[in-house]
Design a protein around this ligand. Structure first.
Ligand code: DX5
Ligand code: ZN
Length: 219
């Protein structure tokens, strides 16, 4: 039921292939891949060439989180590079519905993310079309930040909303997730946990194991 998606943003890029194999062997469920354009968020990370290279190294589900303006321009290229699922930001799309429809047409899992200040209502026009909602628990742009508690309340609100509307998406959280808070966030309604620093800092195998034990993550 619960899933762990380590974010490679916190990996050692000089040893990326090796570290991805470690999280895979340790039982990670998906690999979270953060793409940043320096416009939608202040930082720049990496793009298609990196995804293409690691695609050859790993059989994990590639969960690509696009923190880029007008992602509709690049969806096809990310799928060709190896994305299995693409999550776009509601705030970054001029036509969110069209963007989601395009992801679906490309045959990969469609997700939409909302920043801490964006309300759940921003999902309205696409909630029947998506398989994942990513509730950001920090302001996107950097790893290693502290979780914003109000975002956990938003997870709770979204879960109730999903129950009422019979939504078919899962709820993912991203930013500042670690052993100290994962249980509380799960209790609020999150099912998929992104963790960068908490997985890649220190002993990777041990970190994944501890995470899975803490919330009873499914194998
Ligand atoms: C932040 C990214 C996150 C980030 C999480 O903008 O979307 O995926 O890598 O990193 P931690 O777990 O260190 O907060
Ligand atoms: Zn992310």
């Amino acid at each position: 039921m619960f899933k762990l998606a380590p974010s490679i943003l916190a990996a050692d890029f000089a040893r990326l292939g090796e570290q991805i194999r470690m999280v895979e062997e340790a039982g990670a469920d998906e690999l979270h891949i953060d793409v940043m354009d320096g416009i939608f968020v202040p930082s720049i990370s990496f793009g298609m060439p990196v995804i293409r290279s690691i695609r050859g190294e790993s059989g994990l589900f590639f969960d690509v989180h696009l923190m880029i303006t007008e992602p509709v321009r690049y969806l096809e290229e990310f799928v060709k590079a190896g994305a299995d699922g693409i999550t776009v930001h509601a705030e970054a799309c001029e036509d969110l519905k069209k963007t989601v429809e395009k992801i679906r047409e490309l045959g990969v899992r469609a997700g939409v993310s909302i920043k801490p200040e964006t309300p759940v209502s921003a999902l309205q026009e696409v909630e029947s079309l998506i398989e994942r909602v990513l509730v950001m628990t920090v302001n996107p742009g950097f790893g290693g930040q502290k979780l914003i508690p109000a975002c956990v309340e938003k997870v709770r609100e979204l879960k109730l909303h999903r129950e009422k509307t019979l939504g078919g998406y899962d709820i993912q959280v991203d930013g500042g997730i670690g052993l100290a808070n994962v249980k509380a966030v799960a209790e609020a309604g999150a099912e998929v946990f992104v963790a960068g620093t908490a997985v890649f800092r220190g002993d990777i195998l041990q970190n994944v194991k501890a995470f899975k034990e803490e919330v009873g993550l499914a194998d």
